[in-house]
Ligand binder design. Structure first.
Ligand code: GH3
Ligand code: MG
Ligand code: MG
Ligand code: MG
Length: 315
């Protein structure tokens, strides 16, 4: 025999037969010729219980058994998505071609009539195990790929410094909100905000402290907003917030709350304590001018706030 491609000593086979003598014969053949782990069941119910709880790598299944025959066991196993990929080989005294057809219809991968030729039986078992184990490996690889894909997608939509949504992410989410408004006549508001004299923080305390301020301001904003609100890092020290189902007046109140929270926070980093303030521009999304112009309205209000003293909310 060639060296098996897969690790057979970890492989578990369930042998099912209502006749103890048959179980013994088959068990001995497998023990003498392979390193598979073996489990035995003497009726269909016992077999299904074991299959569901332990998920063996293969089932060698007798057909004629009282109460529940092998075909039914196989059908039940195939119906359950958790066990459907376990290969079933029928080993039976039923030799008619129609019996084999019924076995394949029930979902079996092979059908071996007794008396069988021992080396052939062993090779069939190994072939089907190889297929099963390489299928399992492919599925595992697929799961890993899926996970990697989801991670990359998440990274592409996240600002790495603050963990906030990035510009692309909030643009996507605003597009979704805009079409929701089109359909259901909803509404939402925007807050564009920017840290005041942030350059001074960098110049006075260094870039690391600046980064710390960005992360802290992000956390303060998140903790003062609702679950459904989206805060994004729009640019350097500038943030855009989308507030679904929020009118202009309410959005101004939200911005005022954020302004207070940030102004009152005592920031401390690398032995230095200091405060920062932020200026806020607020607009309500207007479907007649579109998203770009609605953002610009918030941006213009922010600019006005910067021109007229900072640390304020302008609509
Ligand atoms: P204003 O009140 O008018 O907004 O003044 P400002 O100093 O905040 O604005 P200005 O645009 O002059 O400076 C923004 C500074 O933000 C300059 C830039 O180096 C800094 N900055 C942008 N991104 C980052 C970052 O990721 N980390 C740090 N530490 N600084 C950043
Ligand atoms: Mg039987
Ligand atoms: Mg600034
Ligand atoms: Mg700025």
């Amino acid at each position: 025999m060639n060296t098996p491609a897969t690790e057979y000593n970890k492989t578990l086979l369930l042998v099912v037969d209502d006749n103890p003598q048959n179980l013994k014969v088959l068990g001995n053949i497998l023990k003498e010729n392979t390193k598979y782990g073996l489990a035995f069941a003497m009726n269909g119910y016992e077999a299904l219980e074991f299959i569901n709880s332990t998920k063996p790598d293969m089932v060698l299944l007798d057909v004629m058994m009282p109460d529940m025959d092998g075909y039914e066991v196989c059908r039940q196993l195939k119906k359950n998505p958790e066990t459907a990929n376990i290969p079933v080989i029928f080993i039976t005294a039923k030799t008619e071609a129609e019996d084999a057809v019924e076995g394949f219809e029930a979902g079996g991968v092979d059908y071996i009539s007794k008396p069988f030729h021992e080396p052939e039986l062993l090779m069939r078992i190994r072939t089907h195990l190889d297929l099963k184990l390489s299928r399992d490996m492919l599925e595992e690889k697929n799961r890993e790929l899926q996970l990697a894909y989801e991670t990359i997608e998440k990274l592409a939509l996240t600002d790495s410094l603050t963990g906030l949504a990035n510009r692309r992410s909030i643009m996507n989410q605003m597009a979704v909100e805009v079409s929701r408004c089109d359909r259901n006549g909803g509404y939402f508001s925007l807050i564009m905000c920017d840290i005041d004299f942030f350059k001074k923080v960098n110049d006075t305390f260094g870039h690391d402290t600046g980064d710390y301020v960005l992360r802290t301001v992000a956390d303060i904003m998140k903790s003062n907003l609702r679950q459904q609100d989206i805060v994004s890092r729009w640019g350097g020290e500038e943030f855009l917030i989308m507030l679904p189902l929020t009118e202009l007046g309410q959005a101004v109140s939200v911005a005022e709350k954020l302004r207070e929270a940030i102004k009152d926070a005592i920031l401390s980093y690398a032995g230095e304590q200091f405060c920062v303030t932020m200026t806020f521009g607020v607009s309500q999304f207007d479907k007649y001018i579109g998203i770009e112009q609605s953002i610009k309205k918030a941006d213009d209000a922010l600019y006005l706030g910067k021109q007229t003293g900072r640390n304020k909310v302008v609509q």
